[in-house]
Design a protein around this ligand. Structure first.
Ligand code: WTA
Length: 707
C-alpha cells in the first residue's frame, strides 16, 4: 500500500518505488514448451541451488569439449579475482566450429541478411565457416604477425566477416576487442589505445536505413585518436562490403591499409591448428559505456565465459541444434558476442545475422525475415519492440511465422509494451524471457526458464540458474522480498561468466564492483564479496525481480527516488503514446522534478489534451509526486545507433546545459530541433533555470549513463 504523503517525506534513504508499481498478473509457460524444452524437469532448479555451488556449473562446462580437463572448479584464493575450471584447457574456435563438422558440416552456422531486400541472403555452413576462420587466422598470424595474448581491435558492422574475425582470433588465442560500428572514430581510437592494439580491422561501408554509409573514414579518425594517446596502429585491414568495389572516400594509406579481399587468396586452403588455451586466458574485451574517463575494458575468460553462455543459451533461451535463432542485436554489444556468436555456435545451431534497421524499408521487415527463414527464437530489446509497435502495431498478423521463445534485453520493458509483444508478435503462443544482465556479467543474471516458470510483464524473473541475487540498502541490510522497498541488487556468489577484471585497471575493477558491499577486504571467503550490479531493483513476494534501471538513472524528487522507467511506463498506458523518456530538471523546491518527453504514434497530432492525459496517467499510476513539470511532445527521441534513448541529451536540453557528444547518435539532427522547441518555449514563459552548480551539471551530463 502507498504510504501517506507525510510519511513519504521522512523516508529519504531508499526508494519506495514498489509502492508506486502495480503488481502485474503472471502468464503460464506456453503448452508448446512444456515437457519439450531443454529445461523441462523442475529438478534442474534444485541442481543449481546454493547447496550445489560451485559444482553445479560443471554441467555447463560439460557442454564444451576440453583438451585437458580442469582440476579445480573454482579457485577463490585471490578475491575477487575468481578463477573457474583451473587446469582445464580448450579452444573457443574449435568448440564453436570444428567439433560440429562431423555431424553438421552442411548445416547453416550463419544466415546473413543484407539490409537491401534485393540483395541475396548469404548462408554460411559450418564447413564454410571452418574454411573462412582458418584462412583468416592464417592471415592474422602471417601477414599481421599476431600471436597468443596480443590484442586486436575491430570496428565492424553487422556482416559475417565480424564473427569470422572473432573466431579466427580465438583460434590463435588473440584477444579481440570489437567496437560497435556505430561508435565514432574517436571512441574507437580510445579503445585501440586502451587495449594496446596495433592492428585495426574495418570495412569500407555498410547499409543502414537505406544508405550506404562510409565507414572507413572513421578508421582514419580512430588511428589519429589512438596516436594522440600514444598507440600506433601498424596495419588496417579493410574488408570491402562488395569485394573489388571500394565505397569510401577515405584514401588507402600506402604501407598501412590493405584490402582483405586482395590478400586473402594467398591463404586459400591454409589450416591453423587451434591453440589450446588455459580456461582462465582472456578471450575478448568488451568496452562498456562511459564516455567520460578512461573506457572500461571488460575482460572475459575462455573456459568460464564459454561455459556460461553455452549453458544459459541452452536452458534459458531453449536453443536446440535444429532451431533457427535470430538475435536482432548488434555483435558490437555484449548481447551479440554472447547470444549471436558464442552461445548459439557452441550449441551448433543456426544464427541469423541482419545488417540493418529492423523497420527498413517498412514495419514488416522483421516478420518477413522470420517467415522466410523459419525463425523460431527471436531475441531483441524493448527499444526495438517499442519501435515495431509504433510503426506497425498489427503488422505481425500479416505474416506466417511462429516463435516459441522471444526475449527482451537491455532495459526494463513497460508492461504495456510487454503485452503487445506477447499478443501480437508472439501471437499469444510464445514464451517471453526477459533477460536482465550486464556487459560485465557475460550472460544472464535474472530471467526465467521458459517451460517451467511463469512470466510476469516488467519483471525479469528470479535469479538465472546458479545465480543468487540479494538486494541491499545503503547500510548493507537485506531488503526483503515483498517488502515493497527497492535497493541495490547484487549477486552473492561468483559465476563462470563474470568479468575477470577491467583491462589494465585491476583496482578500478575491485572498486566499481566489489568495494561497496565487501564485508572484509582481507577475507578469502566468496560470501564476503557480493558483486554490485549497479541497478536498483525490487523483489516481489513471489521472488521475481523488477529492475528499475541504473542506480544513476533515478530521479530524486523531494527525497523520493523515482525510476525513469516507472514514469515512462505510466505514460505509455496512454493510447496515443509510442515512446516516452523522463529526465530530471533542477527545481528550487523539490530538488529535481521529472520532465517527460513523448513521441506519438503515427498520424496523431500534438495537443494540450494529450499532455493532460499523460499527466493524468502518471498521477493515476504513480501519484502526484511523479507529476511531470512539463510534457514535451517531440517528433522523435535522440537515440544511439543501438536504439537506446539518450536521456542525458534531453536532460541537457531541459536544463539548458551542454548536451555533450552527440556524434554517436543515430539521429543527431533531432537535437537542435528539440532544443529549439523546448528552450524557445521556456524562454517565452520565463522558465529558464538558474545556472547549475558543477555537481548538478555533472549529474545532468551523466544522466542515464551506465558507468
Ligand atoms: C539494463 C546489456 C531491465 C540494466 C546486456 C543493466 C535491463 C544495463 C535488462 C546493462 C532487463 C539490461 N531489464 N534492465 N532485461 N537488461 N538492463 O551493459 O540497467 O549494455 O545494468 O548490458 O542494462 O547494460 P549493458
Amino acid at each position: 500500500m502507498a504510504a501517506e504523503p507525510e510519511e513519504q517525506e521522512n523516508q529519504l534513504s531508499e526508494a519506495q518505488i514498489a509502492v508506486h508499481w502495480r503488481e502485474e498478473e503472471t502468464y503460464p509457460p506456453p503448452d508448446s514448451l512444456i515437457g519439450q524444452a531443454n529445461a523441462a524437469d523442475p529438478a534442474i532448479i534444485e541442481r543449481f541451488g546454493e547447496d550445489h555451488f560451485p559444482d553445479c556449473f560443471t554441467e555447463y562446462a560439460d557442454l564444451l569439449t576440453w583438451d585437458t580437463p580442469w582440476d579445480t572448479v573454482l579457485d577463490t584464493s585471490r578475491p575477487p579475482f575468481w578463477k573457474w575450471f583451473v587446469g582445464g584447457r580448450l579452444n573457443a574456435s574449435y568448440n564453436c566450429v570444428d567439433r560440429h563438422l562431423a555431424t553438421s558440416r552442411n548445416k547453416a552456422a550463419f544466415i546473413w541478411v543484407p539490409e537491401p531486400e534485393d540483395q541475396a541472403t548469404q548462408t554460411i555452413t559450418y564447413q564454410e565457416l571452418y574454411r573462412k576462420v582458418n584462412e583468416f587466422a592464417a592471415l592474422l598470424q602471417d601477414y599481421c604477425g599476431l600471436a597468443t595474448g596480443d590484442r586486436i581491435t575491430f570496428h565492424l558492422p553487422m556482416v559475417p566477416e565480424l564473427p569470422v574475425a572473432m573466431l579466427a582470433c580465438a583460434r590463435l588465442g588473440v584477444i579481440h576487442s570489437e567496437v560497435f560500428g556505430g561508435f565514432s572514430g574517436t571512441a574507437c581510437g580510445d579503445r585501440i589505445a586502451d587495449s594496446g592494439s596495433r592492428i585495426l580491422i574495418t570495412m569500407d561501408s555498410y547499409y543502414r536505413g537505406g544508405t550506404l554509409v562510409d565507414h572507413k573514414v572513421k578508421a582514419d579518425e580512430a588511428i589519429e585518436a589512438a596516436r594522440k594517446l600514444g598507440q600506433e596502429v601498424d596495419k588496417v585491414l579493410v574488408w570491402r562490403r562488395t569485394p573489388g568495389q571500394y565505397a569510401s572516400k577515405s584514401p588507402m594509406v600506402e604501407g598501412r591499409d590493405v584490402f582483405v579481399d586482395e590478400i586473402l587468396g594467398d591463404y586459400r586452403g591454409k589450416s591453423v591448428p587451434p591453440v589450446s588455451m588455459p580456461a582462465e586466458a582472456p578471450l575478448f574485451l568488451m568496452y562498456s559505456s562511459g564516455t567520460t574517463g578512461r573506457p572500461k575494458g571488460c575482460e572475459h575468460s575462455t573456459g568460464g565465459y564459454l561455459s556460461y553462455v553455452a549453458g544459459t543459451s541452452k536452458y534459458h533461451l531453449d536453443i536446440h541444434p535444429e532451431d533457427t535463432y535470430w538475435c536482432a542485436a548488434d555483435i558490437g554489444w555484449i548481447t551479440g558476442h554472447s547470444y549471436i556468436v558464442y552461445g548459439p555456435l557452441l550449441l551448433g545451431t543456426t544464427s541469423v545475422l541482419y545488417e540493418g534497421v529492423p523497420v527498413y524499408p517498412d514495419a514488416g521487415r522483421c516478420w518477413r525475415i522470420a517467415e522466410r527463414l523459419g525463425v523460431n527464437i527471436f531475441h531483441t530489446a524493448p527499444t526495438t519492440i517499442r519501435m515495431l509497435r509504433k510503426v506497425g502495431p498489427e503488422e505481425p498478423r500479416k505474416y506466417d511465422y511462429q516463435f516459441k521463445v522471444m526475449t527482451t534485453v537491455g532495459e526494463p520493458i513497460e508492461p504495456e509494451v510487454w503485452r503487445w509483444y506477447y499478443q501480437e508478435v508472439g501471437k499469444g503462443r510464445a514464451a517471453i524471457v526477459d533477460t536482465w544482465w550486464l556487459t560485465e556479467t557475460g550472460g544472464f543474471l535474472g530471467t526465467t526458464l521458459p517451460a517451467l516458470q511463469p512470466m510476469k510483464p516488467g519483471s525479469c524473473g528470479p535469479g538465472a540458474l546458479g545465480i543468487h541475487p540479494v538486494i541491499y540498502d545503503e547500510d548493507r541490510n537485506t531488503v526483503e522480498a515483498g517488502s515493497g522497498r527497492a535497493g541495490n541488487i547484487c549477486i552473492r556468489n561468483p559465476w563462470p561468466g563474470v568479468l575477470q577484471t577491467i583491462w589494465g585497471q585491476p583496482e578500478r575493477f575491485v572498486d566499481v564492483y566489489y568495494r561497496k558491499y565487501c564485508a572484509d577486504p582481507d577475507s578469502k571467503d566468496w560470501h564476503d564479496w557480493p558483486f554490485l550490479c549497479g541497478d536498483g531493483a525490487v523483489q516481489a513476494a513471489d521472488g521475481y525481480y523488477r529492475i528499475l534501471g541504473r542506480i544513476d538513472d533515478v530521479i530524486n524528487v523531494a527525497g523520493h527516488r523515482l525510476g525513469t522507467k516507472e514514469i515512462e511506463s505510466a505514460a505509455l498506458t496512454v493510447e496515443e503514446i509510442a515512446e516516452a523518456a523522463a529526465v530530471p530538471a533542477v527545481d528550487e523546491i523539490r530538488g529535481r522534478v521529472p520532465e517527460l518527453y513523448v513521441a506519438l504514434k503515427p498520424g496523431l497530432r500534438a495537443g494540450p489534451d494529450i499532455e493532460q492525459k499523460v499527466t493524468a496517467a502518471i498521477e493515476r499510476e504513480i501519484g502526484k509526486i511523479a507529476r511531470p513539470a512539463r510534457v514535451w511532445i517531440v517528433p522523435d527521441m535522440p537515440k544511439t545507433r543501438s536504439g537506446k534513448i539518450m536521456r542525458r541529451v534531453i536532460a541537457g536540453i531541459s536544463n539548458f546545459t551542454d548536451v555533450g557528444d552527440i556524434s554517436t547518435l543515430a539521429n543527431p539532427e533531432i537535437v537542435d530541433e528539440i532544443r529549439h522547441f523546448v528552450q524557445g518555449d521556456k524562454l517565452a514563459k520565463g522558465e529558464v533555470p538558474r545556472e547549475l552548480s558543477p555537481q548538478e551539471a555533472e549529474e545532468i551530463r551523466n544522466f542515464g549513463k551506465t558507468e
